[in-house]
Ligand binder design. Structure first.
Ligand SMILES: Cc1cc2nc3c(=O)[nH]c(=O)nc-3n(C[C@H](O)[C@H](O)[C@H](O)COP(=O)(O)OP(=O)(O)OC[C@H]3O[C@@H](n4cnc5c(N)ncnc54)[C@H](O)[C@@H]3O)c2cc1C
Length: 484
């Protein structure tokens, strides 16, 4: 018997958990790989073993976590990073040793016990998303964090990153995180949305789309009630244009913005704080999919570059499927439903379900998915960050690539000196933006916007080519894998 798993799932969030449960119940041997110590992903993030602090989201995810834990044939590799996919791009895979067996894919994983090369027949990528990084003057000061990062402090460790917090951006997550901070004992000085309130008020079609997503609406309403009780001001048409402080942030400047998102001169005011939490939305974690050779397409309202897929969530690379946020940011409920659908697709490919049975099982899941997509589209279109704002926040002196310390002005000058530069990759080669430890996760959106300002479309600009290792791994892991 082949000791390798039939399916490797990268990511134990809602999409990965749901997929693993379905796959395992239908007899496929599954191995779920996740960087975190415990399954749950971003939304159902669990505190470390031994912590007993109650968490509303953790409770919300209990049914799914229990379903995945109870499923037979599912193994777990926690604390482990998938850093490369091999055998899917002819001629480019010599780096990781011998080619995989026929019908198999190689997945490089860094585990606490060292490197492992897994050889599943199918790979499901459910790596989720991360906060959209938005550079502006002062964003590299300690104390300036993303809203998701602040939430991780509170959810995972029960810690507050500071006492006086300003939250700013344009995503509903700001309300949820602000309420969590209030409940954890922080002073929330203000929540600032860049959008004007009238653009956020739902129309009749949006309300229709919300039917069936009562949980999300209730979550928003509960957060608003908490903020109201704590007398937290929520302002609209307002954005943080700079952060200041000697060694860490001590104050931020808020500016009024017009309905198109451009800051209005003269409307500035300062607020003292020791944490600024920014929530402008999410970027799908497509790096592993792109490194594997999967086709992506540009969907700005869904977070930027998303993985292309068919009706079974199979990508353009045979044997590789994708579900959850990397097919387009749309929330945990849609991610879970997509995970189930992708699992039926994989079971069909593996011959564990015949086509007719897979179709029958997938039918109710597809109906649910259509409903979730309607809700997500209604929300996303209203909360997408305005390009005019993101562009206006970037001054020449603003560091864009934190790893290589490349400023917006360096990139603008390179584009001016070399008018033929028209892609994110070309700018990377010339300026080193995107070459550091984070491999462009922090700077790619801003670099791409700067290149697009030369009159090019997002498709022409593209994004940085994803290379293995997509995340930092010790050299010893790579050396060991070469010797395989
Ligand atoms: C920081 C953050 C906070 C959020 N908070 C909320 C919230 O409060 N309320 C809400 O409704 N929605 C929230 N969201 C959105 C919500 O979490 C997502 O909609 C949902 O979790 C998506 O599920 P998923 O399965 O696609 O991905 P995720 O839940 O993001 O799970 C992906 C998993 O993949 C793992 N992973 C990624 N890359 C690798 C790799 N290379 N190797 C191994 N493992 C990997 C990650 O550790 C993670 O556990 C948040 C999102 C983020 C990014």
């Amino acid at each position: 018997m082949n000791p390798e798993p039939d399916v490797v799932v990268v990511g134990a969030g809602p999409a990965g958990l749901a997929a693993a449960a379905v796959l395992g119940r239908h007899g496929a041997r599954v191995l779920v790989v996740d960087e975190q110590q415990r399954p749950g992903g971003q939304i159902y993030r669990q505190p470390p073993t031994g912590f007993t602090r109650p968490d509303r989201h953790a409770r919300a995810g209990q049914a799914l976590l229990a379903e995945a834990a109870a499923a037979p044939n599912v193994g777990w590799l926690p604390d482990s990073t998938a850093w490369g996919v091999f055998g899917t791009r002819a001629g480019l895979d010599d780096y990781a040793g011998p080619a995989p067996g026929p019908g198999r894919i190689r997945v490089g994983v860094h585990t606490p016990a060292g490197g492992r090369m897994l050889e599943p027949a199918a790979l499901l990528l459910t790596a989720g998303a991360y906060d959209l990084p938005v550079p502006f003057p002062g964003w590299t000061l300690p104390g300036v964090l993303t809203a998701g990062g602040v939430q991780t402090f509170v959810k995972a460790q029960g810690l507050l990153p500071g006492r006086r917090v300003v939250l700013a951006g344009g995503h509903p997550l700001l309300l949820v995180v602000a309420a969590q901070l209030v409940e954890a004992g922080a002073t929330v000085v203000e929540v600032a949305f860049s959008q004007h309130l009238r653009t956020l008020v739902p129309g009749p079609r949006d309300l229709l789309a919300a039917l069936g997503s009562a949980g999300k609406l209730a979550e928003g309403a509960a957060a608003l009630a908490t903020l109201h009780r704590a007398r937290v001001p929520i302002r609209f048409g307002t954005a943080v244009s700079s952060a200041a402080g000697a060694d860490a942030v001590t104050s931020v400047t808020l500016s009024r913005v017009d309905p198109a998102g451009a800051p209005v001169a003269g409307g500035e005011r300062a607020l003292a704080c020791d944490v600024l939490a920014l929530g402008y939305g999410f970027v799908p974690s497509t790096e592993l999919a792109r490194q594997a050779g999967c086709a992506v397409r540009w969907r700005p309202a869904e977070g930027g570059w998303v993985v292309e897929h068919d009706e079974w969530l199979r990508t353009s690379v045979p044997g590789v499927s994708a579900a959850g946020e990397l097919t387009g940011v749309a929330g945990a409920e849609q991610a879970e439903v997509e995970g189930r659908l992708a699992a039926y697709g994989i079971l069909r490919e593996l011959g564990r379900l015949d086509a007719a049975r897979a179709r029958t099982l997938a039918r109710p899941v597809r109906r649910l998915l259509a409903r979730r997509r309607r809700f997500a589209a209604a929300v996303l279109s209203r909360f997408a960050p305005a390009a005019a704002l993101l562009d206006a926040l970037l001054t020449d002196d603003t560091v864009v690539c934190r790893c290589e310390e490349v400023r917006a002005g360096d990139i603008s000058r390179a584009l001016c000196d070399h008018p033929h530069l028209g892609t994110a990759n070309a700018v990377k080669l010339l300026t080193r933006a995107g070459m550091g430890l984070c491999q462009g996760r922090s700077c790619a959106p801003a670099v791409c916007r700067l290149v697009a300002q030369t009159g090019r479309t997002a498709q022409q600009v593209g994004t940085f080519t994803a290379q293995a290792p997509v995340k930092p791994v010790p050299l010893a892991v790579l050396a060991a894998d070469r010797a395989v």
